[in-house]
Design a protein around this ligand. Structure first.
Ligand code: GLU
Length: 493
């Protein structure tokens, strides 16, 4: 049997990291077994679903490289299928029309609350006589459709992550609503908007899903859905409930954690490959303990026995490390197009020729943790990033740091800078040998240690005493006619 799995996001927000991680596990499982990965948009909640969120989710999955084999299918295009399923359950007396009004439900809930009991429907309309039903209809009440849930039933399944899971029918809140009330005037036998559990089951049957892989927050739904599969008389798929992603503090990841959409990660300078790699590590580990892998490499080894039951704590340091591994592996040609949007967003004028930009990417690549860098309020961390490290190459004059100022104030440094300036002024072009020769000449001429020349030059050129390779920095700045004015400015301090 061909493996068929699906990701079924609700378009009620931008692509969330939890949904993306579920998509990763589905993708890995499908690719491990040569199966199909299907994309279904669960947009039956008309008020909260938006087309722009659907687009956002599709774009996000594409950016992450989580290509799907079938779809996207939208539940809103499939209402007739759900109606047929509901009708089948009604015909088989497994579902019924319930006329309980919202006022009556509120009263029921209030009495249960007063008793300290969990809220549940008391199944009061399960066995209405035709006369009783006719009375409600005559009174103008619009029914919802409820599916019968036997309180005595124990529902259990073998979960690929959690082993045997059991659920008591009495813990499912009474007979469940599978379709809302139809619009007023829709006719006595019409059926309103289908609800989540029903639509999911009908779709998973229709799409021949063999393995339902989703977050553990859906476990109670699984118990209900198993009853629906039984009611519809079809084979029940396998289930894998993956651990939730927890905040670094070990709490459920929420909007308050600031970063929840995958676009937040993109904006902070994480690359797609690193993000899918890190998401794979949120709950799964490779048998050989390898931590850096492509999706294909992970798929070759993926299985649910190595997925943890416990929630996966989000670890920014780990993500930064994974991201840096990806950035360090990239060639300058790969890195440059990733850096350019960040440079532009920072207001840098990216008008240098391509070979200069590639040289800059080559210079900073090995030091990068993120494409952006600097202090990130949302994580509370500072990373080494492309915007930060390249600032000095795009701005007219660097601000002098404290240490650089101290360095430039030392005895003899002005003379060193003057020699450097004079020599450099005669070099319209400079390469690595030329730059090295220049430093050697000035060192000799001034009779100082080479380290002093280098420290002074760096301070004058960049306003800092640490940074990327000095020779390369000098070449880059001189090529853009920035080196001489900076030496000049430093001499004026
Ligand atoms: N639409 C559901 C969600 O976004 C998916 C549930 C499922 O995978 O069955 O959580």
């Amino acid at each position: 049997m061909t493996v068929r799995v699906r990701i079924a996001p609700s378009p009620t927000g931008n692509l969330h990291i939890g949904t993306a991680r579920t998509a990763v596990f589905n993708w890995l499982y499908a690719h491990r077994h040569g199966g199909q990965f299907i994309l279904r948009i669960e947009d039956t909640d008309v008020e909260r679903s938006k087309a722009e969120y659907t687009q956002n989710i599709l774009d996000g999955l594409k950016w992450l490289g989580l290509n799907w084999d079938e779809g996207p299918f939208a539940q809103s295009d499939r209402l007739e299928l759900y109606r047929q399923g509901i009708q089948k359950l009604l015909d088989n007396k497994l579902a019924y029309r319930c006329y309980t009004s919202s006022v009556e439900l509120d009263e029921l809930r209030a009495t249960q609350e007063a008793r300290g009991a969990a809220p549940r429907y008391d199944n009061r309309h399960r066995n209405l006589t035709p006369e009783q039903e006719a009375e409600f209809v005559a009174a103008g009440r619009q029914p919802v459709i409820r599916f019968k849930i036997d309180d005595q039933r124990e529902i259990s399944w073998i979960d690929a992550v959690r082993g045997k899971v059991s659920w008591q029918g009495s813990d499912l809140g009474g007979d469940m609503v599978i379709a809302r009330a139809a619009q007023d005037g829709a006719g006595q036998n019409s059926v309103g908007q289908p609800l989540y559990n029903l639509a999911v089951v009908i779709d998973d049957i229709d799409m021949k899903i063999t393995q339902v892989i989703r977050g553990e927050d859906h476990i109670a739904n699984t118990a209900k859905q198993i009853l629906l599969y039984e009611g519809l008389g079809v084979t029940i798929p396998e289930f894998s409930h993956t651990p939730l992603i927890l905040s670094p503090a070990g709490k459920k990841l929420s909007k308050r954690d600031g970063v929840t959409s995958i676009w937040d990660f993109k904006d902070m300078g994480y690359v797609a490959g690193a993000l899918t790699n890190y998401m794979t590590l949120l709950g799964w580990s490779a048998p050989d303990a390898q931590e850096i892998f492509s999706l294909d490499e992970a798929a070759a080894q993926f299985s649910f026995d190595r997925v943890n039951k416990a929630g996966a704590k989000f670890d920014w340091d780990k993500l930064n490390w994974v991201n840096s591994q990806y950035l360090h592996k990239m060639t300058p040609e790969e890195l440059l197009p990733e850096l350019i949007p960040f440079w532009e967003a920072a207001g840098y004028k990216v008008d240098a020729d391509r070979s200069w930009l590639l040289r800059l990417a080559t210079l900073i690549g090995p030091s990068l943790e993120t494409l952006k860098g600097g202090f990130e309020e949302r994580t509370g961390l500072t990373t080494q990033g492309g915007v930060e490290i390249s600032r000095t190459f795009f701005t007219a004059n660097p601000t002098l740091g404290e240490e650089a100022t101290a360095q430039l104030g030392q005895d003899g440094v002005k003379d060193i800078l003057t020699s450097l300036q004079t020599a450099l002024a005669e070099m319209s072009e400079i390469d690595e040998d030329g730059a090295k020769g220049l430093l050697d000449r000035v060192t000799k001429e001034r009779g100082v240690k080479k380290g002093v020349v280098m420290r002074s030059l760096r301070a004058a050129l960049t306003g800092e005493v640490n940074g990327p390779d000095l020779i390369q920095s000098l070449i880059l700045l001189h090529q853009r006619n920035l080196a001489l004015p900076r030496l000049q400015a430093a001499l004026a301090v």
